[in-house]
Write a protein that binds this ligand. Sequence first.
Ligand code: RB5
Length: 151
Amino acid sequence: MIVIASDHGGLNLKDEIKALLSERGVACEDLGTNNGDSVDYPDFGAKVAQRVSQGSADLGILVCGTGIGMSIVANKFPGIRAALATDVFMATMAKEHNNANILVLGGRVIDPATARAMVAAWLDTEFAAGRHQARLDKIAALEKDLRVQAP
Ligand code: RB5
C-alpha cells in the first residue's frame, strides 16, 4: 500500500502519479489535498509520513511545489527516509542506495512524463543492501541517540 499526498503546488503532479499507480495496479490511498486551494504542506506531509512511520503503509509519495518543504517535514518522523529527487537517476539511487521509503517530487520542477519515469524507477529498483544497509543502520542509531538526548 502506497500513501500519497500533496499541497496545492503538487496537486496536478499527484494526479499524474495516481494515474500511473492505477495503471500498474498498485494500491494507493490519497490523503489529500483534493483541490487547488492554498494549504500548508506540513499538514499533508505529516499525514503520509505518520502512516509510513507507523507501518500502516509500506511506502509514501509526497509532492509540493519544489519538494523541499515536504522532505523537511517527512524526515522528522522516526524511521522515515524521504528522498527529494529531480530525475530518474536520483529516484533510482533513492531506492538502490538509500532504501527511501518516501519519494518526494516537486510539482513545479518536474514534468509529468519525467515524474512517471521516476516513480516507476523507484518502485522497480531493488535496495542493494550490503554496505548500504550498514549506512542506514548508522542513520537509525543516530536517530535513536538524538531522541534520547532530546529535551
Ligand atoms: C507553496 O507555495 C510552496 O511553498 C510549497 O508547495 C513548497 O514548494 C514548499 O516547499
